[in-house]
Structure formats: structure tokens, C-alpha cells
Design a protein around this ligand. Structure first.
Ligand code: PLP
Length: 362
């Protein structure tokens, strides 16, 4: 009965191992680290320096604010790229914090070029090409136009030309090949430029997708980049919750909000302090699974804001106490497995992990 805290263990050495696994697969390409959304919820201030120690020197965030915060955690030599681009009121901060914008459309290119020209400096950037995702990036025609007007971008130091795959985790999807072909044809407009296409799953499609820089995120954090096949990555996080109450219930007892579960037998019911406010989705109502000492128990009843209820009747009685630790995420309940239960993806499991959990970095 010593604590009611949920413990989120984050193993930084596993993230470093994942970085090395990916580096090995990409023999000829560098591995950047995508640390947007606070390193997928795991804490960019801890994760990014660990990756830097493993050899990473290129980091991608989504937003300017993330880049500014990240700069405090990294040496001034680390490259920090901002995927969402640069806007008029952000120019000064980009140069102040030495951030590199991904330029997604012609007006953004002009903005950065004009700023660089005003400063009489060469400013770094990435040029993003839309090869079929239709989310961000220059159209093929705009890319061609850019190349033809080469002379008017003389203050831009183009570090990479990049694009993003929209279905790379579907290895058989012909859209991957189509995007690859479009990307290659576009690169011919940017003579000598280095290129970047693959996210985590893209790395596993084939070396054709590696180019000069790969941009994995989820694979660094233990998500499976090859769904349907064995996960080549190391699991990074474990989440444990203690039992905070036990009850013996008679058959036909009604459990939780709206009585969505009725006991069918004498039931030993455990209550644990995680809920949908912690990112444990309400979708796990009556279908979540937790493990205690390697044995499975089912979530019964609705997920509450701060609590879940679990049928532990079939577990060994001498292991079940108030205070017994249950695995919510870990070796048995991997992030991919629990994501599948509610029809989401490991990315969402990670990025919704609660700030209320006690975080322990290893
Ligand atoms: C998020 C993101 C990545 C990383 O994707 P993962 O699937 O997590 O590896 C790479 N590139 C871009 C443009 C992204 O937005």
C-alpha cells in the first residue's frame, strides 16, 4: 500500500539502440531524428540529447516553438529543421535560434530569400516537394519553376530537397513507387542537391528510398515500422499502475458508468488509477487488457476519467494485493498491440501519454 503513482519508464538506451539499428539499415544515408510533438510525447529535452550522444546531428520538429525549446537541449551545431515552415512574424526567431525552415510553397521561398538578402547572408533551408500526399510542399510545376529561377534564390543554402510518403507502412501499395518516381524526376531540377524521402516505414521499403537523409520518428520510439511483420525495433516505454482497491463482487453485479458490464460469477475486481484523462482511451471500455506478472486480465466496464476496473479473478490470489503493479504498456501490451484494440496507431498512444504519470528515465 505504499504508493498510488503510475510509473512511465522511458528507456533512453533503447532509443539509442533503435537509432543504431536504423543507421545500420541505411548504409549510405544519414539518420535524422524526428522529435516533433515533444519527441512523440516522450520528452524532447531528454530524448534529443540521448540521440545526439548516439551520433544524431539532424532533428526535425513541426513548429517554431518546438524548435526554440529544443535548441536549449542541443549543442549549437545540431541542425534543427522546422517542418511547418516559416512565416512573416517568425523570421527573427528562426535566425536567433539558428533554426532551419522547410520551405513548402513559392511565397515561403520568397520570404526566406528576401530575409536572407536583407541580412546579406546565406540562410539554410529545405525545399519540400509534394509528390502525392497533398498536405505540404511545392507542386511538381512549382518545383520546376523554382529550378528555372535558380538565380533569384542566391541567398538560399539548400540543405536538402525532401518529400514525404503517404502510405509507406503499406509495403505493397503502388503509391510508394509512384511517389518515388515523381521525387526522382523532381530531383533532376535540383542538380547536386541532397535528398530526403523516407520516414520510419519508408526506410524498410527498400534502399531506393534512403537517399541522403532518412527521417524516422516512430521507429526510434519502438513503434513497428513494418506492420504485420515482426517489430525490428526495441520497445522503449513501460507503463505500470498499482491496484488501488480490490472488491469481491457477487454474480450479476453491475460495473462502472452506465453499467455496461455485469459479472457472470463471483468476481475479484481491481481498480487502477489510469483513465481517459491519462490517454487511456475510453475505447478500451470492456476490451482493454493489462498484465500482472505476465498473466492477462481484462478491463471490464467503462473507462472513467481517472480509473479503470479489471477482472483479476483468474490470477493467482497470492499475487493480487492493493499495491500490486499491473503492466498497462510494456513487453506484453506493446504500443502497437494496444493501439490495434481501439483502431488507432502507436503514434497516438505515445502522443497522448499523460503528464500525470511519474516519468522515470533510464
Ligand atoms: C512525422 C514525420 C516524419 C516521421 O514519421 P514516422 O512515421 O514517425 O517515422 C517524417 N517526415 C515528416 C515530413 C513527418 O511529418
Amino acid at each position: 500500500m505504499n504508493s498510488s503513482s503510475c510509473i512511465l519508464e522511458i528507456d533512453l538506451s533503447k532509443i539509442q539502440q533503435n537509432y543504431h539499428i536504423l543507421s545500420k539499415i541505411c548504409e549510405s544515408a544519414k539518420i535524422a531524428s524526428v522529435v516533433k510533438a515533444n519527441a512523440y510525447g516522450l520528452g524532447a529535452d531528454k530524448v534529443a540529447p540521448a540521440l545526439a550522444l548516439a551520433g544524431a546531428c539532424d532533428f526535425f520538429v513541426a513548429k517554431l516553438e518546438e524548435g526554440i525549446v529544443l535548441r536549449e537541449s542541443l549543442k549549437s551545431t545540431a541542425n534543427i529543421y522546422v517542418l511547418n515552415g516559416v512565416f512573416t512574424n517568425e523570421l527573427k526567431e528562426f535566425t536567433e535560434y539558428n533554426l532551419i525552415p522547410v520551405l513548402n510553397f513559392p511565397e515561403q521561398v520568397e520570404l526566406w530569400q528576401r530575409y536572407a538578402s536583407d541580412l546579406n547572408r546565406l540562410l539554410p533551408c529545405i525545399i519540400h516537394i509534394n509528390t502525392g500526399m497533398n498536405r505540404l510542399g511545392h507542386s511538381i510545376d512549382e518545383a520546376k519553376e523554382f529550378a528555372l529561377n535558380h538565380g533569384s534564390h542566391s541567398n538560399l543554402d539548400i540543405r536538402y530537397v525532401m518529400s514525404h510518403l503517404s502510405a509507406s507502412e503499406e509495403q505493397e501499395n503502388p503509391h510508394n513507387q509512384l511517389q518515388l518516381e515523381k521525387f526522382k524526376s523532381c530531383l533532376s531540377y535540383f542538380k547536386g542537391a541532397r535528398a530526403s524521402l523516407a520516414n520510419s516505414s519508408g526506410i524498410f521499403l527498400s534502399p531506393d528510398y534512403h537517399f541522403d537523409l532518412a527521417r524516422p520518428g516512430i521507429a526510434l520510439y519502438g513503434g513497428n515500422p513494418t506492420p504485420g511483420q515482426a517489430n525490428p525495433m526495441q520497445q522503449v516505454i513501460k507503463l505500470f499502475a498499482p491496484i488501488i482497491q480490490l472488491q469481491n463482487l457477487a454474480p450479476s453485479s453491475l460495473i462502472g458508468y452506465n453499467m455496461t458490464y455485469t459479472t457472470k460469477r463471483d468476481t475479484l475486481l481491481a481498480t487502477l488509477p489510469v483513465g481517459y484523462a491519462d490517454g487511456y482511451s475510453r475505447g478500451f471500455s470492456n476490451c482493454g487488457e493489462i498484465f500482472i506478472n505476465g498473466r492477462k486480465a481484462n478491463v471490464v466496464g467503462r473507462i472513467s476519467m481517472d480509473l479503470i476496473t479489471v477482472d483479476v479473478t483468474d490470477l493467482p490470489r497470492d499475487e493480487i494485493f492493493v499495491g500490486t503493479k499491473a503492466e498497462i504498456i510494456g513487453d506484453y501490451c506493446t504500443i502497437d498491440k494496444i493501439a490495434a484494440i481501439t483502431g488507432t496507431i502507436s503514434y497516438e498512444i505515445l502522443t497522448t501519454l499523460s503528464q500525470r504519470y511519474k516519468r522515470v528515465y533510464k
